[in-house]
Design a binder for this molecule. Structure first.
Ligand code: AP5
Ligand code: MG
Length: 217
């Protein structure tokens, strides 16, 4: 089964698209952001080390991320179910480390889905995002509000704002994306792997364009 990389700036809809595709096609969703946030919640050593980077809008060091992904990518499930990588690789050193893992037997990237939208829309999506503290369902007070203010439609849990979804941290994350992650577009373009998608559209439209281009039915 195929490995797809979801690439794109903060708030563009990587997690939202991944949820939709995984629910329908049974892919494994590996989000480095979700893994790190879970470690922060558990108060683990990794979580404590990662938190200050995440709170400032910067990136967690490459060695830490590559160690996590080296073991995840070797899991049987990745090959068996196919996988959406959401948030990895995020720097050139991470992409090069990924190549080394592939040369040691990990599955290679089939396509890179580049989700694109303008910065002001991204800022709106980020600062209006709310996440259920219990089931992690994602809402947006501007675009997909819950039926009842502050309450999760799915489980009744309380909705929270991510610590890095403040105006200042979101702007910092967009800057870091431009500096450290955008160079990956050229890296994967040189291999002819990049599929560009206008992610400013409705999420169902984004999903159907991606499915058509990847021949997922
Ligand atoms: P991570 O969690 O990966 O954050 P991110 O890349 O900044 O992306 P987001 O999760 O904020 O946005 P998204 O694209 O998933 O958008 P979503 O679908 O939620 O990383 C967090 C931090 O962890 C990093 O800053 C870094 O510190 C660290 N980290 C993670 N990976 C790392 C790595 N590899 N190396 C180093 N450090 C790493 O959508 C956003 C909102 O918009 C939601 O409210 C949603 O409902 C709404 N929405 C989505 N799509 C649409 C649409 N089409 N129309 C209307 N609304 C929409
Ligand atoms: Mg996300």
């Amino acid at each position: 089964m195929a490995i797809y990389v979801l690439l794109g700036p903060p708030g563009v809809g990587k997690g939202t698209l991944a949820e939709m595709l995984c629910a329908h096609f049974g892919f494994l969703h590996i989000s480095t952001g979700d893994i790190l946030r879970e470690e922060v919640r558990r108060g683990s050593e990794l979580g404590r080390r990662a938190q200050s980077f995440m709170d400032s809008g910067g990136l967690v060091p490459d060695e830490t991320i590559c160690a996590i992904m080296a073991s995840r990518l070797q899991e049987d499930e990745v090959r068996r179910r196919g996988c959406l990588l959401d948030g990895f690789p995020r720097t050139l050193p991470q992409a090069e480390a990924f190549d080394r893992l592939v040369s040691q037997g990990a599955p290679a990237v089939e396509r890179v889905v580049l989700l694109q939208a303008g910065d002001e829309l991204l800022m709106q999506r980020l600062t209006a995002r709310r996440v259920c503290g219990a089931c992690r369902a994602v809402f947006n007070v501007l675009f997909t509000p819950p039926r009842q203010d502050g309450v999760c439609d799915k489980c009744g849990g309380a909705l929270e704002q991510r610590g890095d979804d403040t105006e200042a941290t979101a702007r910092a994350r967009l800057r870091v994306y431009g500096q450290q992650t955008e160079p990956l577009v050229r890296f994967y373009d040189q291999r002819g792997l990049v599929l560009r998608v206008d992610a400013s559209q409705d999420k169902h439209e984004v999903r159907s364009q991606v499915c058509a281009a990847l021949h997922l039915a």
